[in-house]
Design a protein around this ligand. Structure first.
Ligand code: AMP
Ligand code: GLY
Length: 432
């Protein structure tokens, strides 16, 4: 089997390493990939948004199966184009990818089908949004409709801040056309849980839950980032909550997408908040989360390619997907300054030998004259798996301490909140 993977971050590296466990896999091309992925796949410098380039590459090569892992190419119809070449794919078509690419689409879907989410209003112009805010209560949440590199959500604690957010999104167009429409919604509270789920449009099979750490600084301070670390499973996500999410959120979403004429096939990401009124959807993503994938896939025992093929062929119900009963922790090593401006081109040193339960996923690096150097904000994800979260965190931090590049920055408290929940007596064996 020859595989094509579209994307070039830590998530794609985690997917590729898992796919490599299947001995039928021969070549893996990764477009564009990165310096570290090059050790596990043939990287070709075609950007993930260059849909015509990806199409031509796929046409010229003997691709048996493609995995489109990143949001932009999914929203741009990469799967539709590859399907037109007769190539089976893992990932939703452009119509189904709207569930992430348009927050207005997602919110209207949830309202129409009674899926619990924050109350909201949609605005097509700044004047209407500004006059609505005059009688709103605060804090309030403002979201650009379209894709915005995970930065299109602003939480305003006062009328002035909210007005400023409307102006940034709809007038200054900080997120480009993504701000042509916006959603203003109720501020919810409660612990957040990420649940990635395989689905073939009919059956939904949730993966182990995880917890992201979005803020740049220790103690959840500083700016929002793409994610500074993850742990799995998420101790807030008990069997009871998992069951209620399956009945109230996951199955209704899959059925709603099918009823709307856009069945979702691929990995659907449910960003959930466990509010005092029960679990609610904060966001959907049409793809694996990053860095969630870097803790979830290392716990997968069933062959990933077999699952992906079953999703594409709509026979997911035939599979029994198995997960390790242990825990995983991922610490992101970032460039100093991230998520704002940071320097690139710093040489990266990783020890040749790391413990067997540790994997370094490469996110933002490249090879220059045989040396690995930084090229992005999030550079590496250091993941450890173990029997307990405590051990996984210990081993991930231990490995991180042996890795070096100038201005390397990381959070020191990944998993601490989860550990406190476990200390409070949550039964690890009943966590999903
Ligand atoms: P998103 O990019 O949609 O994941 O949003 C980024 C973060 O903003 C989420 O992880 C939440 O922490 C926060 N957020 C989004 N929507 C809400 C909401 N309605 N209430 C409270 N926090 C929210
Ligand atoms: N870690 C959040 C995301 O992948 O969107």
């Amino acid at each position: 089997m020859n595989l094509l993977v579209i994307g070039g971050g830590g998530r794609e590296h985690a997917i590729i390493k898992k796919l490599r466990e299947n001995t039928d896999v021969n070549l893996i091309w990764c477009l564009p990939g990165n310096g570290g992925i090059a050790a596990d796949a043939d990287c070709v410098s075609i950007g993930a948004k260059e849909i015509d380039g990806i199409y031509e590459f796929a046409r010229a090569h003997d691709v048996d199966f493609a995995i489109v892992a990143q949001d932009d190419p999914l929203a741009l119809g990469c799967v539709d184009r590859l399907h037109s070449l007769g190539i089976p794919c893992f990932g939703p078509d452009a119509k189904a990818a709207q569930i992430e690419a348009s927050k207005v689409f997602a919110k209207n879907l949830m309202k129409r089908y009674g899926i619990p989410t924050a109350d909201y209003q949609v605005f097509e112009n700044a004047d209407d949004a500004l006059s609505y805010l005059e009688s709103a209560s605060f804090p309030i949440v403002l979201k650009a409709d379209g894709l915005a590199l995970g930065k299109g959500v602003l939480i305003a604690s006062s009328l002035d801040e909210a007005k400023e957010a409307v102006s940034e999104i709809m007038q200054e167009k900080r997120f480009g056309d993504s701000g042509n429409r916006m959603v203003i919604e109720e501020f919810l509270t409660g612990p957040e849980v990420s649940v990635l789920a395989f689905t073939d449009g009919k059956t939904v099979s949730p993966m182990v839950s995880s917890m992201d750490h979005k803020r740049a600084g220790d103690g959840d301070t500083g700016l929002n980032t793409g994610g500074m670390g993850t742990i799995a499973p998420n101790p807030y996500y008990t069997e009871e909550i998992a069951e209620s999410c399956m009945n109230e959120i996951f199955l209704p979403t899959i059925r709603a997408m099918a009823a709307e004429g856009c069945p979702f096939k691929g990995c659907l990401y449910f960003g959930l908040m466990l509010t005092p009124d029960g679990p609610k959807v904060i966001e959907y993503n049409c793809r694996f989360g990053d860095p969630e994938t870097q803790v979830v896939l290392p716990l997968l025992k069933t062959d990933l390619l077999t699952i992906m093929q079953a999703v594409e062929e709509e026979r997911l119900s035939e599979l029994k997907i198995e997960w390790s009963s242990g825990a995983a922790a991922c610490v992101i090593l970032a460039s100093g300054g991230y998520p704002l401006a940071y320097e690139k081109g710093k040489e990266i040193r990783i020890p040749d030998e790391l413990p067997q339960n540790v994997t370094v996923f490469h996110a933002g690096d490249k090879r220059v004259n045989g040396k690995l150097v930084t090229s992005g904000g999030r550079v590496l994800g250091v993941t450890a798996t173990a029997g307990s979260l405590q051990e996984a965190l210990h081993d991930a931090y231990d490995a991180a301490a042996q890795i070096h590049f100038d201005n390397m920055m990381f959070r020191h408290d990944i998993g601490q909140r989860a550990l406190r929940v476990l200390e409070d007596g949550n039964d690890f064996s009943r966590i999903r």
